[in-house]
Design a protein around this ligand. Sequence first.
Ligand code: ZN
Length: 61
Amino acid sequence: MARLVCTVCQYVYDESHGETSTGTPPGTAFEDLPEDWTCPVCGAEKDMFVPEEDWAEGNPG
Ligand SMILES: [Zn+2]
């Protein structure tokens, strides 16, 4: 399962863990989240998330 990073606040959504604060059960793929799902920390839309490996490459330091 993948991990995705919020490019606004660096919150990490881990598909294998889900997200208890938004009622998302463990094992929920990011693409299966509702269209209106937003970052539980900063409220950013799904468009603002990138795969963790892409974030690491584009983020020096
Ligand atoms: Zn965020």
